[in-house]
Design a binder for this molecule. Sequence first.
Ligand SMILES: Nc1ncnc2c1ncn2[C@@H]1O[C@H](COP(=O)(O)OP(=O)(O)OP(=O)(O)O)[C@@H](O)[C@H]1O
Ligand SMILES: [Mg+2]
Length: 260
Amino acid sequence: MQSTSVQLNVKNIRKSFTGKAGDVQVLDDLSFTINERDFVSIIGPSGCGKTTIFNIIAGLLEPSSGTIHFRGEEVESLRGRVGYMMQKDLLFPWRTVLGNVMLGLETRGVDPGKAVDKARIYLQQFGLGGFENAYPKMLSGGMRQRVALIRTLIMDPDILLLDEPFSALDYQTRLYLEGVLKDAVETYNKTVILVTHDIDEAVALSKRVVVLSGRPARVKTVHDIDIEARSPIAARSDSRFSGYFHALCAELDIQTEATS
Ligand SMILES: Nc1ncnc2c1ncn2[C@@H]1O[C@H](COP(=O)(O)OP(=O)(O)OP(=O)(O)O)[C@@H](O)[C@H]1O
Ligand SMILES: [Mg+2]
Protein backbone atom coordinates (compact mmCIF):
# COMPACT_ATOMS: atom_id res chain seq x y z
CA MET A 1 0.00 0.00 0.00
CA GLN A 2 1.19 3.51 -0.80
CA SER A 3 2.25 5.49 2.26
CA THR A 4 1.03 9.05 2.47
CA SER A 5 2.84 10.08 5.64
CA VAL A 6 4.65 13.39 5.55
CA GLN A 7 8.39 13.10 4.93
CA LEU A 8 9.41 16.73 4.55
CA ASN A 9 7.72 19.79 5.93
CA VAL A 10 9.00 23.17 4.75
CA LYS A 11 7.40 25.82 6.90
CA ASN A 12 7.26 29.61 6.64
CA ILE A 13 10.59 29.89 4.83
CA ARG A 14 11.72 33.41 4.02
CA LYS A 15 14.93 34.35 2.28
CA SER A 16 16.44 37.71 1.41
CA PHE A 17 19.72 38.43 -0.33
CA THR A 18 21.65 41.57 0.41
CA GLY A 19 22.82 43.29 -2.76
CA LYS A 20 24.14 46.70 -3.78
CA ALA A 21 20.60 48.05 -4.02
CA GLY A 22 19.71 46.73 -0.54
CA ASP A 23 17.81 43.63 0.46
CA VAL A 24 15.99 41.59 -2.17
CA GLN A 25 13.37 39.27 -0.82
CA VAL A 26 13.26 36.04 -2.80
CA LEU A 27 11.11 33.68 -0.73
CA ASP A 28 8.14 34.95 1.21
CA ASP A 29 6.64 32.68 3.86
CA LEU A 30 6.91 29.57 1.75
CA SER A 31 5.32 26.39 3.09
CA PHE A 32 4.68 22.98 1.56
CA THR A 33 4.82 19.32 2.52
CA ILE A 34 6.25 16.34 0.69
CA ASN A 35 5.00 12.83 1.45
CA GLU A 36 7.03 9.63 1.55
CA ARG A 37 7.51 8.45 -2.05
CA ASP A 38 5.92 11.60 -3.38
CA PHE A 39 6.61 13.05 -6.79
CA VAL A 40 6.10 16.78 -6.57
CA SER A 41 6.89 19.33 -9.25
CA ILE A 42 7.50 22.96 -8.47
CA ILE A 43 6.66 25.42 -11.21
CA GLY A 44 6.78 29.20 -11.18
CA PRO A 45 7.93 32.22 -13.17
CA SER A 46 11.56 32.48 -14.14
CA GLY A 47 13.69 33.92 -11.35
CA CYS A 48 11.02 33.48 -8.67
CA GLY A 49 13.29 31.54 -6.31
CA LYS A 50 12.96 27.84 -7.22
CA THR A 51 16.68 27.09 -7.13
CA THR A 52 16.98 29.05 -3.88
CA ILE A 53 14.45 26.68 -2.27
CA PHE A 54 16.54 23.69 -3.32
CA ASN A 55 19.73 25.33 -2.06
CA ILE A 56 18.06 25.85 1.33
CA ILE A 57 16.70 22.29 1.53
CA ALA A 58 20.11 20.90 0.54
CA GLY A 59 21.86 23.02 3.19
CA LEU A 60 23.87 25.18 0.76
CA LEU A 61 22.04 28.31 1.91
CA GLU A 62 20.50 29.29 5.22
CA PRO A 63 16.95 30.62 5.24
CA SER A 64 16.38 34.06 6.82
CA SER A 65 13.60 32.43 8.84
CA GLY A 66 11.39 29.35 8.83
CA THR A 67 11.84 25.69 9.65
CA ILE A 68 12.40 22.34 7.96
CA HIS A 69 11.10 19.12 9.49
CA PHE A 70 12.21 15.72 8.23
CA ARG A 71 10.04 12.79 9.36
CA GLY A 72 8.68 14.93 12.16
CA GLU A 73 12.00 16.20 13.50
CA GLU A 74 13.25 19.72 13.03
CA VAL A 75 16.50 19.78 11.07
CA GLU A 76 18.67 22.63 9.80
CA SER A 77 18.66 21.15 6.33
CA LEU A 78 18.58 17.81 4.55
CA ARG A 79 22.31 17.88 3.91
CA GLY A 80 23.47 14.29 3.45
CA ARG A 81 19.90 13.05 2.92
CA VAL A 82 19.23 14.53 -0.50
CA GLY A 83 20.60 13.83 -3.91
CA TYR A 84 20.76 17.19 -5.62
CA MET A 85 20.99 17.37 -9.39
CA MET A 86 21.70 21.02 -9.92
CA GLN A 87 20.46 23.18 -12.76
CA LYS A 88 23.96 23.44 -14.18
CA ASP A 89 25.08 20.01 -13.09
CA LEU A 90 28.03 19.27 -15.27
CA LEU A 91 29.99 16.08 -15.43
CA PHE A 92 33.72 16.36 -14.93
CA PRO A 93 35.13 16.29 -18.48
CA TRP A 94 38.41 14.72 -17.37
CA ARG A 95 36.70 11.77 -15.71
CA THR A 96 35.22 8.82 -17.57
CA VAL A 97 31.55 7.89 -17.24
CA LEU A 98 32.51 5.37 -14.57
CA GLY A 99 34.69 7.95 -12.82
CA ASN A 100 31.86 10.48 -12.77
CA VAL A 101 29.32 7.97 -11.46
CA MET A 102 31.69 6.80 -8.71
CA LEU A 103 32.62 10.27 -7.50
CA GLY A 104 30.22 10.37 -4.55
CA LEU A 105 30.94 6.80 -3.49
CA GLU A 106 34.67 7.59 -3.50
CA THR A 107 34.18 10.65 -1.30
CA ARG A 108 32.06 8.56 1.04
CA GLY A 109 34.98 6.11 1.33
CA VAL A 110 33.21 3.11 -0.19
CA ASP A 111 35.58 0.25 -1.04
CA PRO A 112 36.70 0.89 -4.68
CA GLY A 113 35.88 -2.64 -5.84
CA LYS A 114 32.36 -2.41 -4.42
CA ALA A 115 31.91 1.07 -5.87
CA VAL A 116 32.85 -0.17 -9.36
CA ASP A 117 30.45 -3.11 -9.09
CA LYS A 118 27.61 -0.85 -7.99
CA ALA A 119 28.35 1.72 -10.69
CA ARG A 120 28.37 -0.97 -13.38
CA ILE A 121 24.95 -2.24 -12.26
CA TYR A 122 23.45 1.24 -12.44
CA LEU A 123 25.03 1.96 -15.83
CA GLN A 124 23.63 -1.29 -17.17
CA GLN A 125 20.16 -0.50 -15.83
CA PHE A 126 20.20 2.91 -17.47
CA GLY A 127 21.28 1.57 -20.85
CA LEU A 128 24.84 2.82 -20.53
CA GLY A 129 26.59 -0.53 -20.27
CA GLY A 130 29.67 -0.41 -22.50
CA PHE A 131 30.16 3.35 -21.98
CA GLU A 132 32.11 3.03 -18.72
CA ASN A 133 35.34 4.29 -20.23
CA ALA A 134 33.83 6.96 -22.46
CA TYR A 135 34.38 10.64 -21.64
CA PRO A 136 31.41 13.00 -21.30
CA LYS A 137 32.21 14.84 -24.55
CA MET A 138 31.73 11.57 -26.44
CA LEU A 139 28.12 11.22 -25.21
CA SER A 140 24.85 12.76 -26.39
CA GLY A 141 23.09 15.29 -24.13
CA GLY A 142 20.55 12.67 -23.07
CA MET A 143 23.28 10.19 -22.16
CA ARG A 144 25.11 12.81 -20.13
CA GLN A 145 21.93 13.57 -18.17
CA ARG A 146 21.49 9.86 -17.50
CA VAL A 147 25.03 9.76 -16.09
CA ALA A 148 24.24 12.79 -13.90
CA LEU A 149 21.04 11.09 -12.71
CA ILE A 150 22.90 7.89 -11.84
CA ARG A 151 25.51 9.93 -9.97
CA THR A 152 22.66 11.33 -7.85
CA LEU A 153 20.75 8.06 -7.39
CA ILE A 154 23.73 5.83 -6.60
CA MET A 155 24.23 7.58 -3.25
CA ASP A 156 20.83 6.22 -2.21
CA PRO A 157 19.43 9.54 -0.91
CA ASP A 158 16.02 9.78 0.77
CA ILE A 159 14.91 12.58 -1.53
CA LEU A 160 15.96 13.60 -5.03
CA LEU A 161 16.05 17.32 -5.80
CA LEU A 162 16.06 17.72 -9.57
CA ASP A 163 16.44 21.27 -10.87
CA GLU A 164 15.30 21.42 -14.50
CA PRO A 165 17.22 18.26 -15.39
CA PHE A 166 15.88 17.99 -18.93
CA SER A 167 15.53 21.62 -19.96
CA ALA A 168 18.49 21.63 -22.35
CA LEU A 169 17.35 18.53 -24.24
CA ASP A 170 15.24 18.16 -27.36
CA TYR A 171 11.62 17.11 -26.88
CA GLN A 172 12.07 13.49 -27.97
CA THR A 173 15.02 12.93 -25.64
CA ARG A 174 13.13 14.64 -22.84
CA LEU A 175 10.15 12.31 -23.26
CA TYR A 176 12.47 9.33 -23.17
CA LEU A 177 14.28 10.54 -20.06
CA GLU A 178 11.01 11.30 -18.27
CA GLY A 179 10.27 7.58 -18.66
CA VAL A 180 13.74 6.63 -17.42
CA LEU A 181 13.28 8.86 -14.38
CA LYS A 182 9.81 7.52 -13.56
CA ASP A 183 11.02 3.92 -13.79
CA ALA A 184 14.09 4.69 -11.67
CA VAL A 185 12.16 6.33 -8.83
CA GLU A 186 9.75 3.41 -8.77
CA THR A 187 12.56 0.86 -8.78
CA TYR A 188 14.53 2.62 -6.04
CA ASN A 189 11.51 3.89 -4.03
CA LYS A 190 12.58 7.53 -4.07
CA THR A 191 10.81 10.73 -3.22
CA VAL A 192 11.29 13.34 -5.93
CA ILE A 193 10.98 17.10 -5.98
CA LEU A 194 11.34 18.36 -9.52
CA VAL A 195 11.70 21.96 -10.57
CA THR A 196 10.59 22.41 -14.15
CA HIS A 197 9.41 25.20 -16.41
CA ASP A 198 7.63 22.61 -18.51
CA ILE A 199 3.99 22.32 -17.43
CA ASP A 200 3.48 19.35 -19.68
CA GLU A 201 6.33 17.51 -17.94
CA ALA A 202 5.00 18.45 -14.49
CA VAL A 203 1.55 17.00 -15.25
CA ALA A 204 2.92 13.86 -16.92
CA LEU A 205 5.23 12.95 -14.04
CA SER A 206 3.83 14.28 -10.79
CA LYS A 207 1.40 13.32 -8.09
CA ARG A 208 1.19 16.97 -7.08
CA VAL A 209 2.27 20.28 -8.56
CA VAL A 210 3.17 23.28 -6.41
CA VAL A 211 2.64 26.58 -8.23
CA LEU A 212 4.71 29.52 -7.04
CA SER A 213 3.98 33.20 -7.48
CA GLY A 214 6.51 35.63 -8.94
CA ARG A 215 9.34 36.85 -6.71
CA PRO A 216 9.14 36.91 -3.76
CA ALA A 217 7.85 33.38 -4.16
CA ARG A 218 4.84 32.19 -2.23
CA VAL A 219 2.85 29.02 -2.79
CA LYS A 220 -0.09 30.04 -4.97
CA THR A 221 -1.77 26.64 -5.20
CA VAL A 222 -1.05 22.94 -4.94
CA HIS A 223 -2.74 20.77 -7.58
CA ASP A 224 -3.28 17.04 -7.10
CA ILE A 225 -2.69 15.21 -10.36
CA ASP A 226 -4.91 12.17 -10.46
CA ILE A 227 -3.49 10.32 -13.45
CA GLU A 228 -2.40 6.70 -13.06
CA ALA A 229 -0.52 6.07 -16.27
CA ARG A 230 2.06 3.46 -17.22
CA SER A 231 4.43 6.07 -18.56
CA PRO A 232 4.75 9.85 -18.96
CA ILE A 233 3.85 9.44 -22.65
CA ALA A 234 0.70 7.47 -21.76
CA ALA A 235 -0.18 10.17 -19.19
CA ARG A 236 -0.41 12.66 -22.04
CA SER A 237 -3.31 10.73 -23.60
CA ASP A 238 -5.26 10.57 -20.33
CA SER A 239 -8.59 12.41 -20.61
CA ARG A 240 -7.71 14.57 -17.57
CA PHE A 241 -4.29 15.67 -18.85
CA SER A 242 -5.51 18.67 -20.81
CA GLY A 243 -7.66 19.94 -17.91
CA TYR A 244 -4.67 19.94 -15.55
CA PHE A 245 -2.47 21.52 -18.19
CA HIS A 246 -4.87 24.41 -18.76
CA ALA A 247 -5.52 24.91 -15.05
CA LEU A 248 -1.78 25.24 -14.42
CA CYS A 249 -1.33 27.60 -17.38
CA ALA A 250 -4.11 29.75 -15.93
CA GLU A 251 -2.37 29.75 -12.52
CA LEU A 252 0.79 31.00 -14.21
CA ASP A 253 -1.17 33.56 -16.26
CA ILE A 254 -0.13 31.87 -19.53
CA GLN A 255 -2.64 32.50 -22.31
CA THR A 256 -3.49 29.22 -24.04
CA GLU A 257 -6.24 30.56 -26.33
CA ALA A 258 -5.09 32.22 -29.55
CA THR A 259 -5.77 35.94 -29.42
CA SER A 260 -5.63 38.23 -32.40
N1 LIG B 1 23.46 34.04 -3.90
C1 LIG B 1 22.65 35.01 -4.33
N2 LIG B 1 22.90 36.32 -4.05
C2 LIG B 1 22.07 37.28 -4.47
N3 LIG B 1 20.95 37.07 -5.18
C3 LIG B 1 20.65 35.81 -5.49
C4 LIG B 1 21.48 34.70 -5.09
N4 LIG B 1 20.93 33.54 -5.53
C5 LIG B 1 19.81 33.92 -6.19
N5 LIG B 1 19.64 35.26 -6.16
C6 LIG B 1 18.50 36.00 -6.75
O1 LIG B 1 17.32 35.42 -6.26
C7 LIG B 1 16.32 35.36 -7.27
C8 LIG B 1 15.83 33.95 -7.41
O2 LIG B 1 16.88 33.14 -7.94
P1 LIG B 1 16.69 31.59 -8.24
O3 LIG B 1 17.89 31.14 -8.95
O4 LIG B 1 16.32 30.90 -6.99
O5 LIG B 1 15.41 31.62 -9.20
P2 LIG B 1 14.82 30.46 -10.11
O6 LIG B 1 13.34 30.47 -9.91
O7 LIG B 1 15.54 29.20 -9.89
O8 LIG B 1 15.18 31.04 -11.57
P3 LIG B 1 15.25 30.25 -12.98
O9 LIG B 1 13.83 30.01 -13.37
O10 LIG B 1 15.92 31.23 -13.87
O11 LIG B 1 16.04 29.02 -12.76
C9 LIG B 1 16.95 35.93 -8.52
O12 LIG B 1 16.54 37.27 -8.65
C10 LIG B 1 18.44 35.84 -8.26
O13 LIG B 1 19.12 36.86 -8.91
MG1 LIG C 1 16.65 28.00 -11.12
